[in-house]
Design a protein around this ligand. Structure first.
Ligand code: ZN
Length: 216
């Protein structure tokens, strides 16, 4: 399968919109269930035993939910929730739960995102920041790309003075198999505008995401 890359002469918004929407699935649910059944047989299981009878159906349904972000776009997700506002103070949404799936093993990536921006005339509904994270998380991902996509989306939508995204996550493909390192976390960041250029702004963001809230 080849991903459709947006052509070079699109605006930032159009490019983001193009990347947000993928074509419709080309295989039927029945074919997907059959593939899961084949996997079960390959694993040495009997897909006709009682406990596994509905497993192909359930696996297909679960995987479709976990990748439902492919069928969402920033446009429909935002539903106009961008407002003009003359503020230039940092907006930070911390501790956004992330449930994603790694594209190498289709195993869970569990983590948290911290997202900040400094407005430049436009602000976005706070809940929409979490929804943007969720849309990109519900795709097959690598953590680096997930982090960059969240930052690029906010940059494209708001043209703010800067965007900072930090994602901290643990990868089940590292914890349950391979190097089997429970407790290992991967931290990725994407800094744009003033967060990239100005160490003081970046430090303020980093100290705000480290500080434990008193209401916890
Ligand atoms: Zn993996």
């Amino acid at each position: 399968m080849t991903a459709q890359l947006p052509s070079k002469n699109l605006s930032a918004d159009q490019a983001i919109a193009a990347l947000s929407t993928q074509s419709q699935p080309r295989v039927s649910d029945a074919e997907m269930r059959q593939a899961v059944r084949t996997l079960l047989i390959g694993l040495g299981e009997d897909p006709d035993r009682e406990g596994l009878l509905d497993t192909p159906k359930r696996v297909v349904k679960a995987l479709k939910f976990l990748t439902s972000g492919y069928h969402q776009s920033l446009d429909e997700l935002l539903n106009g929730a961008i407002f003009h506002e003359d503020t230039s103070e940092m907006v930070l949404v911390r501790d956004i739960d992330l449930f994603s799936s790694c594209e190498h093993h289709i195993l869970p990536i569990l983590g948290r995102a911290h997202v900040a921006y400094i407005p430049n005339g436009k602000v976005i509904g706070l809940s929409k920041i979490a929804r943007i994270c969720e849309m990109y998380a519900r795709r097959l991902q690598v953590q680096e790309r997930l982090t960059a996509q969240i930052a690029d989306a906010l940059q494209g939508l708001l043209q703010p003075q800067g965007v900072a995204v930090v994602v901290e996550a643990t990868h089940m493909c590292m914890v349950m198999r391979g190097v089997q390192k429970p407790g290992s976390w991967t931290v990725t960041s994407a800094m744009k505008g003033v967060f990239a250029d100005d160490a003081r702004t970046r430090d303020e963001f980093m100290s705000l995401i480290r500080h434990s809230p008193t209401f916890h």
